[in-house]
Ligand binder design. Structure first.
Ligand code: UDP
Ligand code: MG
Length: 340
C-alpha cells in the first residue's frame, strides 16, 4: 500500500487528471486541448495526459507543441501501437489526480460533458459514466446496431457486469483507480474491469459526435476481436455452452441409434448415406466450435502466464517530464514491470 499512499501524498498530485489515448489524431489534438481547457472550472488543478499509441502521423509533434505551450499537458509516447485499451491503461498508470477522467482523442467524446460529470462526482459518486445516445445516422447503422447488440449479449447471455452503451468516457475517483490498477491482465477489456469493480456509479447522457477527422481504428476484424476478448476474459459461459451442446447431441445420437436398431429389427433395412453425412458434418462442426472455444481460453491463459509488461514507454514530454518519471514507481523500469 505504500505506493498508493506515496501517490496520494505526493506533492505532484492534482485535483483532476484527464487521460486520452491518441493514435494518428494530429488534426484533432489542438481542438481537443482547447475545448478541454475551456470547460474545466478555474478552481481545479488539472493535468492532461495524451498517450500516443505509436502514431505514424504528426501526432507526437503536435503533442510536443501543446506541451511547450502549457505546462499542465504531458505526452506519454508508447514505443509502438499497442491498441486503445493498453494506451488507456498507460494513462491510468501515469495519472496522479484525485479524480481521473478518460476520453477518446477523436472528439467523439465531447469535453463539454465534463462539467456535468464533475457535478455528479460532487454528489458523491465514485464512477460517473458518460453514455452516448447512439445516433445511427452519425455513427453508421452497422456500428450502431452491432455495438448495441454487443452490450445486450454481454449482459444478458454472459452475465458480464457492464453498464449498457457506455464506452471509455468516464470519471473514476482515486479510490476506484487504485483498485482498477490491480487488474493487470494482458487481454484487457476495461469496461468489463470497471463494471467488475462495483462502486456507486452515475450516468450522464450525451449525443455522440461524428469523428472530426481521420478514420475509426476499429474495423470489423478489430471489433470482433474486441468482443471475443470481452467475453472470454469475463465469462466462462461459452465453455459451458459447448459442453451442453455436446451433451444434447450425444444423447440425441444414442436415441437415434436405438431407433435405427428398432427399424432394422422391424423392417430389415436401414437406408441413407445422407443421414450419415448429415450426422458427420453436424458432429464435426460442433467439435470444431468446441475446440475453437477451448482455444480462445487457452490463448488467453498463454498470454497471461507470460506475464509480459503491458507496454513500453519510449518518451515522456511535459508536465515536468511527468513529474520526474523515475520518482514514480509506475513509470520507472525497475519497480515497474507495468504489472504492479
Ligand atoms: N486509439 C489508440 N490506439 C489504437 C486505436 C485507437 O490509442 O490502436 C485511440 C484513438 O486515437 C481514439 C480512441 O482510441 O482516440 C478510440 O479509437 P477510435 O475512434 O478509432 O474507435 P471508435 O470510436 O471508432 O470505437
Ligand atoms: Mg472514435
Amino acid at each position: 500500500m505504500d505506493m498508493v499512499e506515496d501517490l496520494i501524498n505526493s506533492e505532484n498530485c492534482c485535483d483532476l487528471s484527464i487521460i486520452s489515448p491518441v493514435y494518428n489524431e494530429q488534426k484533432n489534438l489542438n481542438e481537443l486541448y482547447e475545448r478541454i481547457k475551456k470547460v474545466l472550472p478555474a478552481h481545479l488543478k488539472w493535468e492532461l495526459l495524451l498517450i500516443d499509441d505509436g502514431s505514424r502521423d504528426l501526432t507526437q509533434q503536435v503533442i510536443r507543441e501543446i506541451c511547450s505551450r502549457d505546462k499542465r499537458v504531458c505526452g506519454i509516447f508508447l514505443s509502438r501501437n499497442y491498441g486503445h485499451q493498453i494506451a488507456l491503461t498507460a494513462g491510468y498508470d501515469a495519472a496522479k489526480g484525485r479524480i481521473v477522467i478518460s476520453l477518446d482523442g477523436d472528439l467523439q467524446h465531447p469535453p463539454e460533458v465534463i462539467p456535468q460529470i464533475l457535478s455528479l462526482w460532487e454528489q458523491g459518486y465514485d464512477i460517473v459514466y458518460a453514455r452516448r445516445k447512439i445516433d445511427h445516422k452519425k455513427v453508421g447503422w452497422f456500428k450502431g446496431i452491432t455495438s448495441r447488440l454487443f452490450y445486450r449479449i454481454m449482459r444478458k447471455v454472459f452475465r458480464v457486469n457492464l453498464v449498457e452503451d457506455v464506452a471509455d468516457f468516464r470519471l473514476m475517483t482515486r479510490k476506484v483507480v487504485e483498485h482498477f490498477l490491480k487488474y493487470r491482465e494482458s487481454t484487457r477489456f476495461l469496461r468489463g474491469i470497471v463494471g467488475d469493480l462495483g462502486f456507486k456509479y452515475a450516468i450522464v447522457d450525451y449525443n455522440q459526435d461524428i469523428r472530426r477527422s481521420g478514420e475509426t481504428k476499429y474495423n470489423l476484424r478489430k471489433m470482433i476481436g474486441f468482443a471475443l476478448n470481452g467475453i472470454t476474459s469475463f465469462s466462462n459461459a461459452p465453455l459451458r455452452v459447448s459442453t451442453i451442446i455436446g451433451l444434447i447431441i450425444s444423447s440425441f445420437s444414442i436415441i437415434y441409434a436405438a431407433w435405427i436398431m428398432y427399424y432394422k429389427v422391424v423392417y430389415g433395412v436401414v437406408s441413407g448415406l445422407a443421414s450419415i453425412m448429415v450426422g458427420i458434418f453436424f458432429i464435426g462442426g460442433v467439435q470444431l466450435i468446441s475446440i475453437g472455444i477451448l482455444g480462445e481460453y487457452i490463448a488467453n491463459i498463454f498470454t497471461e502466464v507470460k506475464r509480459r509488461p503491458l507496454y513500453c514507454i519510449s518518451d515522456i514530454v511535459g508536465k515536468e517530464e511527468k513529474d520526474i518519471s523515475n520518482r514514480d514507481h509506475r513509470l520507472s523500469g525497475k519497480a515497474y514491470s507495468s504489472r504492479a
